[in-house]
Design a protein around this ligand. Sequence first.
Ligand SMILES: C[S@@+](CC[C@H](N)C(=O)[O-])C[C@H]1O[C@@H](n2cnc3c(N)ncnc32)[C@H](O)[C@@H]1O
Length: 212
Amino acid sequence: MKKVVTADDSITFHNELYDETYHSVSGAKEEAIKKFAEPCGIAGFEKVKILDICFGLGYNSAAALDLFQGNDIEIIGLENDEAIIDNILELDAPFDSYGFIHVLAEEKELLIHVNNRIYLKLLMGDARQSIASLPDEYFDVIFLDPFSPKKSPELWTKDFFAEIYRVSKPGARLATYSCARVVRDNLKAVGFAVKDGPVVGRRAPGTIAFKD
Ligand SMILES: C[S@@+](CC[C@H](N)C(=O)[O-])C[C@H]1O[C@@H](n2cnc3c(N)ncnc32)[C@H](O)[C@@H]1O
């Protein structure tokens, strides 16, 4: 996998099989904060449970940990590629919390209870299978970050979104970088309300979805 330096100087990788980068080249760190963690309102939660679908280098989780100011945060990451998890150990990514992501990459589970409680868990395997083991109405926030709908259509389907809806609490928020018609139509078909997410880097907005 080739390293790519993005426009905010943070590093991402290029995946040869998908012929896509793991983040926007306009800024990997910026994308994690502005497209995922901030629009989900992480800074406003006292207690939050996050599902990080397509964990990759863990930037979205790291951004959430950096922004969180409450006292109890739990993040479950779903990822199927050990190679990208191994790459985490080579990186000194510019998040205050990236040390936690390093430990998670090695241990797959991490619980810290000092001033606040931080619980992180990585479920390795196909996200479509892993999600089936998760309880109903459990998560406040979902980060949905697969490769593009063209390259990874199986993770943008109504069937998969119905599972995401099942594990979301009423009032939960989902963020994704895509505003593709098929993505929004499939989110709506399973019950989510959708609106434009922030415009960051690329011209098109992302999508924020809500479960009533
Ligand atoms: C766009 S990258 C995610 C970037 C990541 N959120 C980050 O902050 O680094 C997409 C990720 O989805 C993973 N992936 C692809 N197919 C998957 C599947 N069926 N189940 C779980 N993860 C998958 C890839 O290995 C890759 O790490």
